[in-house]
Design a binder for this molecule. Structure first.
Ligand code: NAD
Length: 452
């Protein structure tokens, strides 16, 4: 088994020199990362195409574009973020200074995911750098070509004394998790998340977990079904459904089910025509995931799609109707281009069903009725919510992106990435004068003192 003790020990030593804490180091690394993205767009897009059949435009919007925006924001905001946060004081410390210092944790480990392998590896790295940490980056081995590009490019642009890329699969991750880190940031499924958390517990290392779950969609009646279908098909079919916040299933009445299926049929055709010939339609990452997703098509009522091509690892955008909550497809996150529809009587039944499961990463409500939208907001819990659209909330830097309960721990993006990679240290600074004021707190606690 690989042994990373030497490399991690060296990173701890480097961190202790204070090199990564300076504004100049952080600013330079962020600018270099921006340069990496700007100068290597083609290599990155080619790798994403080989791994996931991701179209270059989609790669620019969902991967490099998001990373660039986050970097520009971090570069422009860094000096503000690094400033101490002065806090309100009470009478006891009226003459003193009280503030929160954002200090880096130290040596951090970033375990990336394969479905958006650039975004989900580099957005956490931006947070780690901005907050002044050293970092070990472990891209997912499932997105093999992108992992190789990251392994090649990161050392060419970033400070290799402080930032390392380690490629590998389960044995390498297992070996890495034996080392002591000051923070672990993991993106992926919640089975591995428990392994990560158990390993972290040995050293009381804090963890940030970006996980998944079954993200529900509720569609209300009397709505513009064509617009809903466009937004829903986009959010579901992009990256062939391999998106952590992809709509997982739909809840609606039987009448709405019929209408939305009709519209989705048209939209799938408008977007992809024949998906197997479309340059815009993705592929399933590997054979294991292909077999897993394909197996969900057994014994179900297919309303749209359902075509599979094993050689290509292609599963066409598929909608299932009249699905029962006891069906196999409703038992775990689909993470593929299959959208089951479960019919309910009304929004109350939908909310009851959502609340009977684990808290999802995202929740989608399509409704023009504020009362219904507010019911979902007040009576359910999820990592995030997007009303009348899908996925969009994850692209807003001023909103934290993360889960709750089984969908994750901790949110990031924009300033939240800086915060999640910083320890918020309480500092109280006072002078040595006016000692007489403190007499009351010192023993002996005489009656005279207690009367004051
Ligand atoms: P996966 O199960 O195929 O692999 C996950 C990674 O875990 C691999 O890199 C693998 O090496 C590692 N791994 C597997 N077994 C391990 C072990 N015993 N010890 C250490 N490491 C091990 O991929 P996946 O995790 O199923 O990806 C999909 C899941 O990730 C979905 O649930 C999805 O919602 C979630 N996800 C969440 C986000 C987010 O931002 N919240 C983003 C992407 C994916």
């Amino acid at each position: 088994m690989a042994n990373y003790n030497k490399v991690i020990t060296e990173l701890h030593e480097t961190f202790l020199t204070g090199k990564t804490k300076t504004y100049e180091w952080r600013d330079r690394q962020l600018r270099q990362l921006l340069k990496l993205i700007e100068e290597n767009g083609k290599a990155i897009e080619d790798a994403l195409f080989k791994d996931l059949h991701k179209h270059a435009n989609e790669a620019q919007i969902m991967e490099t574009g998001m990373v660039k925006n986050d970097l520009i924001n971090a570069i422009n905001s860094l000096s503000d973020w690094m400033k101490p946060d002065m806090v309100k004081k009470d009478l006891l410390v009226a003459m003193d200074t009280c503030f929160i210092q954002s200090e880096p944790f130290g040596v951090t480990l970033i375990l990336g995911a394969w479905n958006y392998p650039i975004q989900l590896t580099l957005l956490p790295l931006i947070g780690a750098i901005a907050a002044g940490n050293c970092a070990v980056v472990k891209p997912s081995e499932l997105s093999h070509y992108t992992a190789l590009v990251l392994e090649d490019l990161i050392p060419k642009y970033l400070d290799t004394e402080c930032i390392k890329v380690i490629n590998g699969a389960v044995p390498e991750t297992t070996a890495l998790l034996k080392e002591r880190f000051d923070l672990i940031f993991y993106t992926g499924n919640n089975v591995v998340a428990k392994i990560v958390m158990a390993a972290a517990a040995k050293n009381l290392t804090p963890v940030i977990l970006e996980l998944g779950g079954k993200s529900p969609v509720y569609i209300d009646k009397n709505i513009d079904y064509n617009t809903v279908a466009r937004r829903l098909v986009w959010g579901k079919a992009i990256n062939s459904g391999q998106t952590c916040i992809a709509p997982d299933y739909v809840l609606c009445t039987t009448d709405v089910q019929n209408k939305i299926i009709e519209e989705m049929k048209k939209v799938v055709n408008d977007f992809y025509g024949d998906p197997s010939k479309s340059e815009y339609y993705g592929r399933i990452i590997n054979d294991r995931h292909f077999e897993r997703v394909k197996s969900l098509l057994k014994g179900v009522n297919i309303a749209i799609g359902g075509n599979v091509n094993e050689k290509e690892r292609l599963i066409s955008p598929t909608v299932l109707k009249d699905v029962k909550t006891t069906d196999h497809v409703m038992q775990s996150e689909i993470f593929g281009p299959i959208l089951p529809i479960v019919t309910v009587q009304n929004e109350d039944e939908a909310i009851e069903y959502i609340n009977s499961g684990e808290k999802p990463l995202a929740l989608y409500v399509f409704s023009s009725n504020d009362k219904i939208v507010n019911k979902f907001l007040s009576q359910t819990s999820s990592g995030g919510v997007c009303v009348n659209d899908t996925l969009l909330h994850a692209g807003i830097q001023t909103l934290p992106f993360g889960g709750v309960g089984h969908s994750g721990i901790g949110g990031y993006h924009g300033k939240f990435s800086f915060d999640v990679f910083s320890h918020k240290r309480s500092v109280l600074k006072r002078g040595l004068g006016m000692e007489f004021v403190n007499n009351i707190r010192y023993p002996p606690y005489t009656e005279k003192k207690m009367k004051i």
